[in-house]
Every structure is written in C-alpha cells, then in structure tokens.
Design a protein around this ligand. Structure first.
Ligand code: ADP
Ligand code: MG
Length: 728
C-alpha cells in the first residue's frame, strides 16, 4: 500500500478547526503594528513628523540629521511593541518579498549592550543580495546593490521584526526590483493627470492612482499537498485525472465556507488588521477549495506592498491551520484557475474619483476625458499590457475558456457605448452654442452617476469598466501587481501628456475654447481607439477571428508576449517618462525569459520523475497482479482459461501501451531539454522550452491519467484530485 498517500489522508480526516481569537471590533486593532500617522505623532518630534509627511505627500528629501531622529523614534516604537530586529523589506525580481534581519542589539566598549538603530540604517542598507536576479546589470563579483527607504509606504512590525519598505537598486542606479519603476510610473501619472485635471478644477495639485486587488487562491490540506511532489515543488498538479464531480454543479461558489477554512480566514484577517491591510471581502470561488479575498482599495504603491505582504502572510497563517495555499494560476486541470483582478482608478487630492461619473455636465466631461484617454492608452499599448501579465503560470489560464483570452480588449457597457457614439458625431472645429448646449444636456449630462448595474455584466473581458474604475482581469494570481500597474499607469501618463499637448495646441493655435478643444480631441480618440472596444463574448472563437481582423495581438505564450517589453515603442515610452532605461528594460526581459525557461525546466524534471519513478512502477505492479491472476486461472482451467481472462489480458496490454508511451514521452522530453539547455541566448532558450519541451507535458500526462483510471486505487501512490479538492 502506498504509505504516503494513505497516511496523508488519515491525517486529514482527523483534522479539527484550529481555534482563533478575534478582537471584538476590528477597527480597534487596525494598523496597530504600523508606524502610521498616529504612531509617528506620538514617537517623532514635530520637525521629524513634518519631514516624513512632506516626503510622503510631495516626495521631498529627508535630511540626514532628521533621519537620525526618525530612526530613533521608530526604534522606540518598535521595541515598545516587542520587536527585536529590523529589516529592509523589498521586492526583488524573484516575485517573492525579501528580508534580512538585523538585531537592534549592539555591544559597547565597556562590555555592556544597548539597542541601536541609526538614521543610516534606516535610510540605506547593503543586503549582500548578490543572488537575486539582475539580468546582468550588476556583476556578481561586485555585488553592489543597495536598498533605500521608501517613506511613502509605512514601516510595520511583522512577528518580532520591524520591516522597512525599501527600493532595491544597483550602485550604478539601475532598478533591481518591482517597486522602483512603479514609483516612477506613479509619479508620471500624477504629473500628467494633475495637469489635465486642472482643466476642470484649478485646486487639484495631486492625483494618485488607486488599486484594489482581488486575490484568488486554493487551500489544500498540508498533508495532502506534501504527499504530491508536483504540488510541493511546482505549486500545481502536473498530472491527476479529474474527479467525477468537479465544479459542474456550481455548488462551491459563494457557498458556506468550511469551518477549518473560515478559522484560517478569521486568523488571517486579524493579522491583516494589525498590519493595516484593509481586507473586507471573503468568499468561496468557483472551483472546489478555491477562495477569494479582497481589500478596500488604496493608493497603488501601498496596495502593491499590501498584496505582497498578504501573500507572505497567507503562507504563514495557512501553515498554522494545516493548509497549503496555492497561488498558482492553474493548480488543477479542468477546474477554474486563479486570477488577481486589479481594480484601478485615479483620484485627486480634492477627493474626486476621476473615473467616477459626476452629477454635472462639467464633471462628466472630466470623467469622459479620463475614461477616453484610458481607452486610447490601452488601444495604443495593448501588446505591452498583455506582456505585463505574461508568466509561465498565467499561460495556463489566459484563453483557457474560463479566464480572459490573451487578447486585450476593453468592455465599457451599453450606456457608455451610446455616449461615445454620440460624441463621435460632434462637429470638428468650434462648436456652435446650440450644439454645445445639446451636448451638455443630452449626451454628457445624461451619464448616470451610477453605472454599476449596467457595466459589470461581461465577465469575459480582460479590461472592463465597472462603473467607477477599470478592472484589469487578466492579471495572474501569482503576479506582483507592480508589474501590470507600472505599465498601466505609464501608458495612461503618456496618453494624458499627449492629450494635454493637443488640447493646448487647439486653444493656442486655433483659438478654440477649452471645452471645444477637449470635445474635438476626444472625438478623434474615440475613433482611433474603436478597435480595442469589445462588448461580446471574449471566450469565443469568433472573437479571435474578429480581433485578428482588427489587428489586435494574440500572444498565447510568455516568450512571444514578452517581446513587446523590449520593443522600440516600449523603450521609447519608458525612457521618455523616465521610468526605465534601455539597460533596465533589457535586463528585466532577460530575467523574465530566464525565469520562464527555468520554470518549465523544473516542471519537466518533476513530471519526468513522477511519471517514471512513481507511475510506471505502479502500472507494472498492477500488471503483475493481473498476470498472477491470469496464471492462476490457467492453473485451474487449463486451456479454457482464456474465456475467463479476456478483460485481464486486455488490461495487461493497455497498461503496457500506456507505459510505453509515457516512457517514450519522457525520453524525448529529456532530449528536448538537453538541446534547449545548450542554447546560449536566454530568449531563444525560453522559446525552445516553450515550443519543444512543454508539448510533452500533455502527452505524458494523458497516459499517466489513463493509467490512474486502470490501476487499483489501493496501490495508486499519488493523492487523487477528488481527495485534494474535496477534503475540507
Ligand atoms: P466586485 O468587482 O467583486 O463586484 P467591487 O466592484 O465592489 O466588487 O470592488 C472590487 C474591488 O474594487 C475592491 O477591492 C474595491 O476596493 C475596488 N475598488 C472600488 N473602487 C475603486 C477605485 N476607485 N479604485 C480602485 N479600486 C477600487
Ligand atoms: Mg471584481
């Protein structure tokens, strides 16, 4: 009997919910472990406090002597809360968060010791992080990367460690993390959007991008997960026959949350409260054992940090409840995968959501300006947007008839479609007073303040307008949101800069009134960006054909999609906005294609091991049982035995056939890997893994899954889908 599988099952059956304690009111503990405004007011001098706030609000520099004061205050606060260590907390390009803890503790010459944390340690650190991917920017022997404090994301205490959010850059200045380009993109969109918002309200001095992510995930019992080498190492099942019952009945979606899971969620949410992560919604998702968690939206940099922190936290809390969290986009075949919808908008310092329709024609013209510019930006840079969500794991989800296709399009709903159709008819040049009145009353004035009822209907769109924000739905569940958010905010920034230049030119050269000029430019944009608008079924074949006619890209694999990240157009965009240099862009591309090849390589090795060392021997063992049976029948019945052993003989042959195909598949896959490994160029290697290695996965899996259906359940070594997905 395969001990691991049955041992794991037994363990799972004996589980009981782990008790949790929750505060009476969540608001009482919200942000308790965050060095937020309240804590800063208490622990910092007036000058230090002002300096930090100024850095947060206006991006001003913090003087060194002030940093010393801040670090002292921060240390006192952290120690009062039981912290013993501090770390610069950053997001290298591995996708996970990184930290290296140092104790506050220091010895003095007189043999005594004190707790110390200076301004220098707060502001900058050299984590000796020479093993992080850097795409060749930083010579490893130099190992000169450093982390620098990002005051716009507050420090927090995690366990007994004070975590200081930082950027991670090479000494030569290039960004080595996700945060640096994101911060630059956010700065760009602030500048560009503020300038445009001033057309409508002179009091606007700052625009922030807002992000509300929705995190989907699977929870699998930790013993069951550990019993599967593929789930342990790759975070997904590389084989396994579908369970007889999957998600056909839709009985998991929004159903009652299982008791063990609910306790995990309550525990997790309590920890989130302490860390100031404003989680709000939790529910079951479509697939069995799939769930979702969503917070209240926040400023984008903070929201990105909070998502990274949350993912880390989820792993830790899940362990306490005997679960393993799977963030992979497609952990199980034939049931839904996981995504991370990125809800995005722009908000002014005066409290206006620029993508929220207003109550007056003027407010609505502002709304339309930002709305149409976003559509234009997405139309212009659809390929780059697609590239921003490309990964080996998201390839399984995009276009798999449950998630958006690999084609980027925007859904806006019928009401806004009508409005844009009307606006397109506006006369070119100066508008007559009559036309303007008509427009204001009948078109712009008629946008209802609440569009939500009409807009959230199309779940097949990768980029949908949902009433007061856009929802980028194609983002994968493992993604660091910084990647898509850097691109989205950058392309909108670029678009708004161009828009302003065009409107200003019409005002200056053609002596147009401001709103005439705005109407004129928007009208052209509506025409220009028509091809990106799609209201129909994004999952259908018809859309693929139609999209092709429209000239929209449809890159189904990561190496293909990533090309757009290093195109001339992308380099020009990022360089113009000062977000990334050519060197940084190319280094990142190198890292991403490298990462892709490595992931497929690892999966290939795991699959080869499981298929050859677990599945084939099991097939042979069962075949031997059958052979013994046939021989026994022959002993009893002599030549008549055939009559009684037809089915057994057939099974024996079928097993041999599947084994032969599995073995052949593995041998050929290994050959393909060997060839791919010899390729020097990282991008070409990624293509080789994609085109020559990956196709074997399905062949090998198919025959393994068939064997699973033939072989005696008692000796099958791999925990089955029904056990993984339906044990609660
Ligand atoms: P759903 O999409 O599940 O129907 P909602 O539309 O209420 O739910 O919100 C989904 C997510 O969108 C939440 O995380 C919410 O905080 C976020 N969200 C709402 N408004 C904005 C906004 N203006 N900017 C960014 N995110 C937002
Ligand atoms: Mg949503």
């Amino acid at each position: 009997m395969p001990t691991l599988r049955f041992h794991a099952l037994k363990e799972t059956f004996n589980r009981v919910p782990i008790p949790v304690t929750e505060p009476e009111r969540r608001s009482d503990i919200f942000g308790k472990n965050v060095f937020n405004e309240t804590a800063m007011r208490q622990y910092l001098t007036k000058d230090s406090f002002k300096s930090v706030m100024d850095a947060i609000e206006n991006g001003s520099k913090i003087e060194r002597h002030i940093a010393d004061h801040i670090s002292t205050g921060m240390k006192e606060w952290a120690i009062a809360k039981g912290a013993t260590h501090y770390t610069h907390w950053f997001q290298p390009l591995t996708g996970a968060t990184a930290e290296k803890h140092d104790a506050f503790f220091e010895t003095m010459e007189n043999g005594q010791a004190i707790e110390k944390f200076g301004g220098g340690q707060l502001v900058q650190q050299e984590p000796d992080a020479s093993s992080f991917p850097n795409g060749g920017i930083r010579n490893t022997f130099e190992a000169r990367g450093y982390t620098a404090w990002d005051p716009t994301s507050p420090a927090f205490i995690y366990g007994t460690t004070l975590c200081i959010p930082t950027v991670f850059v090479a000494y030569t200045g290039e960004a080595l993390d996700y945060k640096t380009p994101l911060l630059r993109a956010l700065q760009s969109v602030d500048g560009a959007a503020t300038a445009v918002a001033k057309y409508f309200d002179k009091n606007v001095t700052k625009v922030i991008a807002t992000l509300g992510w929705e995190q989907e995930y699977f929870l699998i019992d930790s013993a069951l997960a550990a019993s599967r080498p593929d789930i342990s190492l790759a975070g997904r099942s590389l084989l396994g026959h579908s369970s007889a019952k999957g998600q056909q009945l839709d009985d998991h979606y929004f159903g009652s949350i299982p008791a063990r899971v609910l306790n995990f969620m309550r525990h997790l949410e309590t920890e989130c409260m302490l860390l100031g992560i404003p989680v709000k919604t939790r529910h079951n998702e479509v697939a069995p054992n799939q769930f979702e968690l969503a917070p209240i939206f926040e400023e984008t940099n903070l929201a990105v940090d909070h998502n990274s922190l949350l993912m880390d936290l989820m792993h830790k809390i899940a362990e306490k409840h005997n679960f393993k969290v799977l963030f992979h986009e497609k952990p199980f075949a034939n049931v839904n995968g996981s995504g991370k919808h990125n809800n995005w908008s722009l908000a002014t310092n005066t409290g206006v959501n620029l993508l929220g329709p207003g109550s007056t024609p003027m407010k609505n013209l502002q709304f339309l300006t930002f709305f149409i510019n976003t559509l234009k930006a997405v139309n212009e840079y659809e390929e780059l947007l697609r590239a921003s969500i490309a990964s080996a794991s998201n390839d399984h989800r995009l276009g798999a008839n449950e998630a958006p296709p690999a084609i980027i399009s925007a859904f806006i709903g019928s009401q806004l479609t009508e409005v844009l159709d009307e606006l397109e008819k506006v006369t070119s040049g100066k508008l007559s007073p009559q036309e303007k009145t008509d427009l204001k009353l009948n078109v712009v004035g008629k946008i209802p303040e609440i569009l939500l009822d009409n807009t959230d209907r199309n779940r097949t769109s990768p980029f949908a307008f949902t009433g007061n924000k856009f929802e980028f739905r194609a983002v994968g569940s493992t993604a660091n949101c910084a990647n898509p958010m850097t691109v989205l905010n950058a392309i909108v920034a670029k678009q708004l800069i161009d828009f302003k230049a065009e409107v200003d030119a019409l005002i200056k050269d053609k002596k147009m009134k401001k709103d005439d000029a705005i109407f004129n430019v928007l009208k052209e944009y509506i025409k220009d960006s028509k091809r990106i608008r799609f209201e129909g079924d994004g999952y259908g074949d018809a859309w693929e054909k139609e999209a092709k006619k429209r000239g929209l890209s449809n890159h189904k694999t990561t190496p293909e999609a990533l090309k757009a990240k290093v195109s001339k157009k992308t380099i020009a965009l990022f360089e113009e906005l000062g977000i990334m240099s050519k060197v940084e862009i190319e280094a990142r591309h190198e890292i991403e294609v490298e990462d892709y090849a490595l992931r497929i390589q690892i999966e290939g090795r795991i699959l080869g091991d499981i298929a050859r060392n677990h599945v084939i021997p099991t097939g042979i063992r069962y075949q031997n049982i059958l052979i013994e049976n046939v021989q026994g029948l022959k002993n009893i019945y002599g030549t008549d035995f055939k009559k009684f052993s037809v089915e057994q003989m057939r099974l024996i042959e079928q097993i041999s056939e599947h084994i032969a195909k599995i073995n052949k598949g593995i041998t050929e896959m290994i050959d393909a890997r060997k060839k791919a490994n010899k390729i020097e160029n990282a991008e070409k290697r990624a293509f080789a893994y994609c085109d020559d290695v990956k196709p074997y996965f399905e062949i090998i899996r198919y025959h393994c899954d068939k064997l699973e259906l033939l072989v005696d359940d008692e000796i099958w070594p791999l925990t089955k889908y029904r056990e993984l997905l339906f044990t609660k």
